[in-house]
Design a protein around this ligand. Sequence first.
Ligand code: GDP
Ligand code: MG
Length: 341
Amino acid sequence: MSNSGNDSAETPPEKSVSFLGRIRSGLRKTRTQLAEGVGNLLLGEKEIGPEVLDDLEMALLSTDVGVATTQGIIAELAEKVRRSQLADTRALHSALSELLKQKLIALEGQLSVSPPGPRVIFFVGVNGVGKTTTIGKLAKKFQREGHSVMLAAGDTFRAAAVEQLQVWGDRNDVPVVAQAQGSDSASVVYDAVASARSKGVDVLLVDTAGRLQAKAQLMDELAKIHRVVKRLDADAPHEVILVLDAGVGQNALSQVQLFGEAVPLTGLVLTKLDGSAKAGVVFAIAESGLENAAKNSDEDAASGSLPVYFIGVGESEDDLRPFNAEDFVDALLAEETTVAE
Ligand SMILES: Nc1nc2c(ncn2[C@@H]2O[C@H](COP(=O)(O)OP(=O)(O)O)[C@@H](O)[C@H]2O)c(=O)[nH]1
Ligand SMILES: [Mg+2]
């Protein structure tokens, strides 16, 4: 965990209510999708009939939890039922909640930006998933926490992409290193790392292009940026974060595979959960046992899993939330009546 004292100091008790409220409203579509199988578990303390687990199975599958994970969960619950460990549907609901939380614990992780800086953080991913938006949200968050931030406009393919970052940087007083559209993005990023080092910036957030149509070229470009940055700092990039749009469901796994072949991924951000009923993909990500490229070999890593650092549950700045297994599952399984929207 981070040792910056700010975090806890600025967390008034009521914040946790709105904090959960936002995640809950962000996961509404998936919760509704699940409700057919899960919701009726809570309609009183009913006996567990044979159709209950079938409905639950269908509900999990329909939110992209994935076949293997779903079957594992159903089998474990069925076993508890067989051993008469679950008195009624409400007990089944708690057991389900526990199981789901256990599955997601390994995905929790804290994005560290502690000194010595600059921490160089790459954002990669397909066009339109939310890379630039996420960079903007995180830049503000880091600033609020007292860190100096710089941005690198590494998506040089579209003029609009460079402008989007520059305009955003101007408005928020965050320096942006950019060159004209079409310039070599590795050279933009190299300049940015050099500048961040000379200015003693704490965090450098690097935007990159995501044209999947030009796949080979895109992957070469990412690999090149990665290589070039190492000439200035052998430890950089300190993080390579793949941004995924939750709306693609299980397809997210092939994007992890694809980008992971070009650059060693150290974390994920899952955006647009609010627009999707497929939030179950988080379980598929956990199940697939994706490894954190930075933690394969060494140190204190309790879990070598690729962490989900943040989830996006809406367009506003407050809608980018650290991923927490307990909050996430509670929001997914919450009773609709208790949910403040
Ligand atoms: N609803 C919703 N929209 C999001 C979220 N994250 C990003 N977006 C939107 O997705 C669109 C594409 O984002 P952008 O950052 O430009 O994607 P990029 O091409 O990967 O840089 C923008 O309209 C964002 O506002 C989210 O968590 N929820
Ligand atoms: Mg962008």
